[in-house]
Design a binder for this molecule. Structure first.
Ligand SMILES: Cc1cc2nc3c(=O)[nH]c(=O)nc-3n(C[C@H](O)[C@H](O)[C@H](O)COP(=O)(O)OP(=O)(O)OC[C@H]3O[C@@H](n4cnc5c(N)ncnc54)[C@H](O)[C@@H]3O)c2cc1C
Length: 415
């Protein structure tokens, strides 16, 4: 008898899963039984999404009772099951290896993060999915196949949004380990930030800008360098922040990674420490991607309508992601500026302001983050995804019974 538990809600509680239960197989044979007997199934991983992307009307399945092996294979690392970046990073660091980047928090699963194109920042850093070199995917018949970069489905499956089956293992590219020093600065004017995005975002290995679109006291540049002090921020008038760091109106304190001292990549690239509650906790997130070449105009367009959403905003974070070749990646064949919003946890209020932001960004072929709240109609989303038809074709071929399709995939991608 396969164990079950309640489906519950997403990490921040903004979406209560409609699914009746979560199935908890204890090994891969039980997982194969679960999958082969299901008409409809989605994987629930670490639940750090803000919409119904992981939901369905039947059952969810979790890999939390399955083995979580991590093994180095030459310059790649293979992770099995529900491994998080917090579990993975120290293991590869001990082997003298590193990942090219991390998201703002290490609490998320490797399979779930790469399924949605999760990213950190850096004009030369692709998103976390861009490090995927192979996936092992269990299909709806319970058979597992390895999809590597030579497989025709690879550019679809690497940002697969769960449509190809249960990802039982992911292989990621690694590189020699490196150290990062980070510092946060106030005092850089908005006109310098928005007027010269190439200088700001290209200044260090990873740069984030935090803003509330009007109050200069909330504008903060967070620079993560692997080559010493980021002198460019001080040239722009930036003053290092002391011990207390405030990200806009986010309430949590003492949850960030150490600043001003060098440390291994995985202890500095995430903003939030693995042992602390990340971000605010009581929140909803949205994020939109526009071509980096349109950054000035896109930032001006959002700032012009900021009074309309200000009451709902905790903070905006601006980051960059380098182009890749993954069909559903928000950075598919274009370097992008990521415009992120952390909102107060008021679903009706947030859904009320998103259309205005989406309309302001529409001239810039805006793409949404798959794991965050958005209201763009599917037709508008599909219009910016040059390879969506190929993605749909590959997903249908991989899952002819449609077991892994859900409302999100149907309304957003027409799958
Ligand atoms: C505090 C906070 C900070 C965040 N910071 C960032 C950030 O810096 N950058 C960024 O881009 N995003 C960020 N996010 C968003 C989040 O990291 C992503 O949306 C990510 O997808 C979450 O992964 P998960 O496994 O927790 O989510 P889940 O909701 O559990 O899963 C995400 C999707 O992947 C699918 N999936 C998961 N595991 C598997 C599997 N084994 N096989 C098949 N499908 C699977 C699920 O079905 C679902 O569709 C943040 C979220 C929070 C809450």
């Amino acid at each position: 008898m396969i164990q079950t538990r309640e489906a519950g809600a997403t990490w921040s509680g903004n979406h209560r899963y409609r699914a009746t239960e979560v199935l908890l197989p204890s090994d891969f044979d039980e997982l194969a039984e679960v999958v082969a007997s299901a008409d409809s199934l989605r994987v629930q991983a670490t639940r750090h999404t803000f919409n119904d992307v992981a939901d369905c009307d039947a059952s969810l399945v979790s890999l939390e009772r399955l083995p979580t092996r991590i093994e180095m294979i030459d310059d790649r690392v293979r992770v099995e099951g529900l491994v998080t970046f917090a579990q993975l990073a120290p293991v590869i660091e001990a082997e003298g290896r590193a990942l090219h980047n991390l998201g703002s928090l290490p609490h998320i699963s490797v399979a779930g993060a790469t399924a949605t194109g999760t990213h950190g920042s850096g004009v030369r850093n692709g998103n976390l999915s861009s490090a995927v070199r192979a996936l092992e995917i269990m299909d709806a018949e319970g058979h597992t196949q390895r999809i590597d970069q030579t497989h025709e489905w690879f550019p679809a499956a690497a940002v697969g949004i769960g449509a190809f089956g249960v990802v039982t293992a992911v292989e990621l590219q690694t590189e020699p380990t490196y150290e990062v020093t980070q510092q946060a600065y106030t005092g850089v004017s908005w006109s310098d930030i928005a007027g010269d995005p190439e200088r700001v975002f290209g200044g260090s290995r990873s740069v984030s800008v935090f803003t509330t679109w009007g109050d200069p006291a909330h504008d903060l540049i967070w620079a993560k360098s692997d080559d010493g002090d980021p002198a460019w921020v001080e040239e722009l008038g930036g003053q290092p922040v002391g011990d207390d760091i405030h990200l806009g109106r986010i309430r949590t304190v003492d949850n960030t990674t150490p600043r001003a001292t060098p440390g291994p990549w995985h202890t500095r690239l995430p903003h939030f420490r693995a042992d602390a509650l990340p971000s605010d906790g009581d929140e909803i997130q949205s994020e939109y991607f526009v071509p980096f070449a349109s950054a000035r105009e896109a930032l001006a367009a959002v700032r012009a309508i900021a009074p309309a959403f200000d009451a709902h905003l905790l903070v905006t974070e601006l980051r960059t992601v380098a182009a890749d070749e993954l069909w559903l990646s928000p950075a598919y064949q274009r370097d992008v500026l990521a415009i992120h919003f952390t909102w107060r946890n008021d679903t009706a209020g947030v859904l009320g302001v998103l259309p205005a932001i989406e309309a302001a960004l529409a001239p810039f072929e805006v793409r949404p983050h798959w794991g965050k709240a958005f209201t763009m109609p599917g037709a508008d989303v599909r219009a910016t995804l040059e390879r969506v038809d190929e993605f749909v074709g590959a997903a249908r071929a991989a899952d002819p019974r449609g077991v892994f399709r859900n409302d999100f995939l149907r309304r957003t991608l027409g799958l």
